[in-house]
Design a protein around this ligand. Structure first.
Ligand code: ADP
Ligand code: ASP
Ligand code: MG
Length: 424
């Protein structure tokens, strides 16, 4: 007998029939004698709808400012998960399984105060562990916890993955299964590259890079928690028949295991390709090349919570002037330009230019640490397709390349095949 946390994403609980199907997956594990806690997302599309309502409310009232109280945003958007948790508990009870729903505050899942992007700080698993011992299934609303102000806090988009891994760590579960609409982690998004291959295993570090560089199959924070707390995490499909052969295999379930790199026997040089849309590039032209100029630019941007990513600096021939180019999420461009304008005197630049609708494609693999020439292969492959590179950043295990938006899919496919990742 083991203890398992099962997480079901939005498409897996999209309607009542899908919730019934989820209940059958849960029943399979309960019938096998395991202790089970379930974490659910809102029905797919629901959170977007709730976010839309919140954003429209000030406009409908005719407010001067589009801003709203982040605590009330959380009160609204957390409601989607409350619905699915209750519905799944009802479905399980109807199948004669002892089950009850839990909201974040009831457990309690304690978070920090960052409403809308809160981090989990502590989970008291005692009550749930006791009840699991008595055969009760806990159905937990994902994406939400309770802040130090005693108010509902949400964990950022995709945050139910993080709820699941954090609950698994708190309950000392033997496994955390993330059920979604694909049957594992692929070498790249299988929806844009049909030749993508499913990975049997992927190292924590690689999954962390894939997630932070745009592969939304897992929220970044969930991978960090799985790595730190050594939670055995699988990504697998809820769309397969719950009772198909092998689905209940405890040691070797179908799907992708996220694990330590030493568990991976045949490590490829490149493991996967990720992409992030909606990047924007901002260039400051003819800056004085003096100590403190970077601090003068990026300090105020950081204070305004603008996430700067790639940074490129060019020095003019005589070394007196420099151009600084960097990327931010497209949604932050206006705010960034405003902040730069307010600090124009202090920074001392001539003009600011910007371009939105760019895409960052990234090549990821632990094997890069010990192989030379990986980047050169990417540059040549993109050049052969006539794709212009606007910026590059690298780390030990990844190369990120900024390109024009319309080339995104071509670039992902090109990189995927140039490293031999296409399935035969
Ligand atoms: P859920 O609602 O279950 O949380 P998400 O939509 O958040 O599901 O994540 C699953 C989606 O992630 C898949 O439908 C797939 O299109 C996308 N995805 C992106 N990159 C990858 C990848 N490398 N492997 C698998 N899926 C990926
Ligand atoms: N429902 C939330 C979202 O759409 C959380 C999640 O699905 O993981 O972001
Ligand atoms: Mg998700």
């Amino acid at each position: 007998m083991a203890r398992i946390v099962m997480k079901f994403g939005g498409t897996s609980v999209a309607d009542l029939d899908r919730i019934k199907n989820v209940a059958r997956h849960v029943k399979r594990e309960v019938d096998a004698g395991h202790e089970v806690a379930v974490v659910v997302s809102a029905m797919s599309g629901k959170t977007n709808e709730l976010v839309g309502w919140v954003q429209n409310m000030p406009k409908v009232v005719g407010a001067n400012s589009p801003f709203y109280d982040a605590r009330e945003y959380d009160a609204v958007v957390a409601s989607g998960e409350q619905v699915t948790a209750g519905l799944l508990a009802i479905a399980l009870q109807a199948m004669d399984i002892n089950a009850r729903s839990w909201q974040g505050w009831q457990i309690a899942i304690r978070t920090d105060n960052a409403h809308g992007a809160a981090r989990i700080q502590e989970i008291d698993g005692a009550d749930i562990v006791n009840r699991m011992g008595e055969g009760q299934v806990a159905v937990i609303a994902g994406f939400q916890g309770i802040g130090p102000d005693n108010r509902i806090a949400t964990l950022g988009r995709g945050g139910s993955d993080t709820s699941a891994v954090a609950v698994a760590a708190a309950l000392k579960a033997d496994r955390c299964d993330i059920y979604t609409d694909v049957d594992g982690v692929y070498t790249t998004d299988p929806r844009i590259v049909p030749q993508a291959r499913r990975l049997k295993k992927i190292a924590f570090e690689e999954m962390l890079e894939m997630a932070s560089l745009g592969a939304k199959v897992l929220q970044v924070r969930s991978v960090e928690l799985a790595m730190v707390h050594k939670v055995r995490t699988f990504v697998r499909s809820s769309f397969e028949d719950p009772d198909a052969p092998g689905m209940g295999d405890f040691l070797n379930p179908p799907g992708t295991l996220i694990c330590d790199e030493d568990e991976i026997v045949e490590q490829e040089v490149v493991t996967g390709i990720a992409y992030a849309k909606d990047e924007a590039q901002i260039s400051l032209r003819r800056l004085a090349d003096r100590p403190g100029v970077s601090a003068a630019i990026f300090g105020p941007l950081a204070e305004s919570h603008i996430n700067v990513d790639m940074i490129v600096q060019n020095i003019s021939e005589d070394g007196s002037k420099t151009d600084m180019t960097f990327t931010v999420p497209s949604g932050d461009v206006d705010k960034a330009i405003k902040v730069l304008g307010e600090n124009k005197e202090k920074i001392g630049y001539d003009v600011v230019q910007n371009e939105s609708g760019l895409v960052k494609v990234s090549v990821i693999g632990i094997g890069m640490r010990s192989h030379a020439g990986v980047a050169a292969t990417a540059f040549k492959a993109l050049a052969d397709k006539g794709i212009n590179i606007k910026a590059i950043t690298t780390s030990e295990i990844k190369i990120s390349i900024l390109i024009d938006g319309p080339y995104a899919e071509l670039a992902v496919r090109t990189l995927h095949s140039c490293y031999g990742l296409d399935k035969n």
